[in-house]
Design a protein around this ligand. Structure first.
Ligand SMILES: Cc1cc2nc3c(=O)[nH]c(=O)nc-3n(C[C@H](O)[C@H](O)[C@H](O)COP(=O)(O)OP(=O)(O)OC[C@H]3O[C@@H](n4cnc5c(N)ncnc54)[C@H](O)[C@@H]3O)c2cc1C
Ligand code: SF4
Length: 593
């Protein structure tokens, strides 16, 4: 089985149809096909082949504008997102408000593998507290499961995709079992300085966790642990793991990785799933709605072939929505199903974001060395003020972590820009000397915090606007609460304290929360909109992402998250998708679906 056309798919029958091919769709299709289930994956974007399309080893000076971002390519010319962005031509979304502070912005990728071709690969587990936030402080919702329910699936995903990190045993920052994580990369010089000075402030700095292979995966040990008793799956996975190389520190991960050293659905989930012979993929297939049988169960989906404009229908025993949280919400609303609770579209969350950076004289004029490393963070700071918060000393609920960066990375446009606040403005020879002096002496702190679901952040169908396929689009409503604004202010203040402790300086003082906080959606960690729960009157799905009303309809992307811990959500999305798929397998084996 393989890539087929919509016309070919019309002639086949499938056990499961999966909508979307990103982290959620990839994981769902992987788990199901490895266990012999016949899956049709429908992907709205075009096919994409990382082995030939990834611009690795290309330098910024080869690109227009030296690779700098443009409105069409905000993450730079070489970014892996070949189709999509903040705006997708012909596929708008709308906002209820003209005030940017009340608007939600939405990053979409239209390509096989979705946003996983580009994402930052930061892969943090939620901790035990993150599953029971309401019990701890009376805000938001508890998950209908505990950390222990999801922990085995975190283990599996980490072993399958390959995540580096270390076990530091810190509060609500779970360890992985021995033999699961890959070794973390060596810290950069600026990381070591941050670590040394932050520790003096009692702020922890530990190994980062990212889905990048710092060494080859153990193809003899891991397949047996991941697929016990399933020899075919073990063989397929062992063969595939050997085709993934370890990171060679070659150009940023946001371009994708042709040697398959980092996680992309297109390089990690889909190849072995295709090798099972159980997966068909139709690309350029824009799903409009879930269709319903007379008994009220899901019949299949209707989709539009983007190349021909023709409408197709496919039927299956199970329908899985994995189109990314808000696209799945849109499909649900356009289908008019699974919404007896009235909660579809409600409780949309992003991550709280505020950045602060500075310059550190101690890092000036260092001897020449290359610090590109595995791209992304080598070290990070997990949230640490649990006790102070419980004692009511912070004035806001929940926490954040710091992703920080610095070092002598590959130069691009802007490497030597904005030095005027340090040197008063120089030209010619002096400017070149300054560029060398200050190169690599900046550190940037990105605070990433937990947003609490609230009644003001939701999406509904726009009553007037439709996309180019005639499908109604989403209209967003957004408002941060005081908790998020309090966090953003605290992020800025704390980052400034760390820079002070490094003997550094900054061009502007920390700002208040409402000024520092990034717009909703900017961090691109949107989740919620079809939350899980224990009560069908207050939630859309159970803990397996299974609709309360349509037992054969599952949602395996971030739409079901009923809180959005500070930990970046994708590892959790994949762990939930694997767990949901195991549940589907057991229901199918028991002939209950
Ligand atoms: C710049 C950036 C950095 C990020 N960094 C991190 C990070 O470090 N850590 C982290 O945890 N997360 C990060 N994320 C977020 C991460 O990418 C997402 O959480 C993750 O990709 C979600 O997986 P998904 O499968 O739900 O959605 P996606 O990966 O977006 O995949 C959804 C797929 O469904 C397809 N689709 C949509 N609508 C339809 C339809 N109607 N019919 C058919 N197909 C459809 C899309 O084309 C897409 O291919 C980052 C994202 C970006 C953009
Ligand atoms: S840094 Fe490593 S994992 Fe990332 S794209 Fe380059 S080689 Fe691949």
């Amino acid at each position: 089985m393989s890539f087929i056309t919509a016309a070919e798919a019309d002639k086949n029958s499938y056990d499961v149809v999966v909508v979307g091919s990103g982290a959620a769709g990839g994981q769902t299709a992987y788990t199901l096909t490895m266990d012999g289930v016949r899956v049709l994956m429908l992907e709205a974007g075009r096919n994409y082949t990382p082995a030939t399309e990834t611009p690795m080893l290309r330098t910024n000076d080869e690109a227009p504008l030296r690779g700098a971002g443009t409105p069409e390519k905000p993450f730079g010319f070489w970014d892996a997102t070949i189709d999509g962005g903040w705006q997708v031509p012909g596929e708008p979304y709308t906002s209820d408000s003209d005030d940017p502070a009340r608007q939600f912005v939405w990053w979409r990728a239209r390509m096989l593998g979705g946003r996983t071709n580009h994402w930052g690969r930061i892969s943090l587990r939620n901790g035990p507290y993150d599953f029971k936030p309401y019990t701890r402080d009376g805000l938001g919702f508890d998950w209908p499961m505990s950390y222990d329910d999801l922990a085995p699936y975190y283990d599996k995903v980490e072993m399958l995709i390959g995540v580096y990190g270390a076990n530091d045993g810190l509060e609500n920052t779970p360890n992985s079992p021995p033999g699961v994580l890959l070794p973390p990369p060596k810290p950069r010089v600026s990381d070591l300085l941050v670590q040394q000075r932050a520790r003096k402030l009692q702020i922890p700095v530990i190994a980062g966790h990212r889905a990048v292979l710092t060494q080859a995966l153990d193809h003899k040990r891991l397949p047996q642990l991941l697929h016990p008793g399933n020899h075919k799956a073990q063989q397929i996975l062992a063969a595939d793991m050997q085709k993934r190389a370890a990171c060679i520190f070659a150009t940023p991960c946001g371009r994708g990785c042709s040697i398959r050293a980092n996680y992309q659905s297109t390089t990690v989930h889909l190849p072995p799933a295709l090798d099972t012979g159980n997966l068909h993929i139709v690309t350029d297939a824009m799903v409009r709605a879930v269709t319903k049988r007379a008994d009220g169960s899901a019949e299949g989906v209707i989709y539009i072939d983007r190349k021909t404009g023709a409408e197709h229908r496919v039927k299956a025993r199970i329908v899985v929505l994995a189109a990314s949280a808000l696209e799945s919400v849109r499909i649900l609303l356009n289908s008019g199903v699974a919404n007896g609770s009235g909660k579809v579209g409600k409780y949309i969350m992003d991550t709280v974001g505020a950045n602060f950076s500075g310059q550190v004289p101690l890092l000036e004029s260092l001897p020449l060395h290359n610090e590109d490393g595995v791209d992304g963070l080598h070290l990070y700071t997990p949230w640490w003020l649990y006790k102070e918060q419980l004692a009511g000393k912070l004035g806001f609920a929940r926490g954040y972590h710091f992703e920080f960066g610095g070092g002598r990375l590959m130069p691009g446009m802007g490497t030597a820009a904005g030095l005027e606040w340090l040197n008063g403005g120089t030209y010619g020879k002096k400017f070149k000397e300054d560029a060398r002096r200050y190169y690599g002496s900046f550190v940037g702190f990105a605070g990433r915090g937990e947003m609490i679901p609230n009644d003001d952040c939701y999406a509904e169908l726009d009553p007037k606007v439709k996309d180019k396929f005639g499908i109604p689009v989403l209209r967003f409503f957004w408002k941060w609460s005081q908790h998020e604004l309090g966090q953003a202010a605290h992020m800025q203040k704390t980052a400034a304290e760390i820079i002070d402790a490094m003997g550094g300086r900054y061009s502007a003082q920390p700002q208040s929360g409402d000024k520092a906080i990034k717009q909703g959606g900017i961090i691109i960690h949107e989740v919620g909109g079809a939350i899980m729960g224990n009560d069908p009157a207050k939630s859309v799905t159970n803990s397996y992402g299974q609709s309360w009303e349509m037992k054969n309809l599952f949602i395996t992307d971030g739409a079901t998250l009923c809180s959005n811990a500070d930990k970046n959500p994708t590892l959790t999305i994949m762990a939930l998708a694997w767990r949901a798929s195991d549940h589907m397998l057991s229901l199918m084996k028991r002939k209950e679906l």
